[in-house]
Write a protein that binds this ligand. Sequence first.
Ligand code: AGP
Length: 378
Amino acid sequence: DAAEKSGYDHYMLKEIHEQPRALRQTISGRIDPDAGSVDVEVDLPPEYIASIEEIQIVACGTSNYAGRYAAELLESTVDVRTTVEVASEYEFDGGRDPWRTLVVAVTQSGETADTLSAIRRAKRAGARTLAVTNTLGSTIVRETDDSVFIRAGPEIGVAATKTFASQVATLTLLAVHIGRERGTLPYGRAQELLDSVRQLPNAVQSVLDAEDRVREVAREYVDSDAFFFIGRQLGYPVSLEGALKLKEISYDHAEGFAAGELKHGPLALVTEETPVLALLTDGSRPKETLNNVKEVQARGAPVIGARTDAGDGSSAGAGPGGADASSYVDVDLPVPAIGDLEPLVANVYWQLFAYHVANEKGRPIDRPRNLAKSVTVE
Ligand code: AGP
């Protein structure tokens, strides 16, 4: 067992540290930077891609948050309405020609009963289905029209970590592929997105190198009453994911909010005993979120902020009038400036934070109570 964990105390920590390698596998051989094109080995004919009228993503838990991240990118690159639903709530509504709705199931295991059942509903109604999964030979692969593999390698910890990163990276590649095929994604913007994907492994490594700092922060706040994660745009699904990770393994009360929603209710929960973890990177509307940071600080809440590092130690553009976001937060966590995927890199801080809070509490991190790695009942 110890050998399988390669010296780490838990599979979760091992898998958090495996992310640069997993991401390199995800990307390997799939990007042609000169052409601004992508090959994710998917058999979606160009005429089908041109005819897509809607994309519906169905998934549960962490995979659902990966889907939400991707939907933000898909809608702009592919130029069709893209919705994301929790698989257990999904009802297919595909208009006059259901085949023109592409239903994408995102599932690490490929065996989640709720996701399988959603896909079966879509198929029965006549939609085209596509699986984005980590597991060759899984049920979802057999039951969908096409599959794309995220290639993250086996994940043992119940809490999904490296597969979230690889799901978002794969879905970003898929968004570029479909966008280029449809002619809706300009070459320059495709290059930007592909650059962001290619810089991911090194950017994630720089966050992993800061683990000692995150451990200290976790120790400082371990006895808090609750933890709130806030972010906008691409930072919102990452906030939901950060909170899910913390509640799964530490059993603490944690919630993710769209930062702009705080004032519509959740602000009543904010006290000196509720740290707020804020996404202030590019892609998460840092200027607007900084205003929410000030709202929670005025209520005495400590703020742990992940913000873009322009390379000279200052923050890239965040903060009203170019002011430095780092001067507004109690704990300042820098994220390398890589564009659209910065919130995904910041998520690695939230993973490490969740891990070290849970570890301080002595929780059974790889096997949290009441949870299974793959949920095969509806
Ligand atoms: C993630 O940490 C969870 N254990 C859980 O939410 C998981 O992502 C969900 O059950 C979906 O699993 P799947 O990706 O295998 O379909």
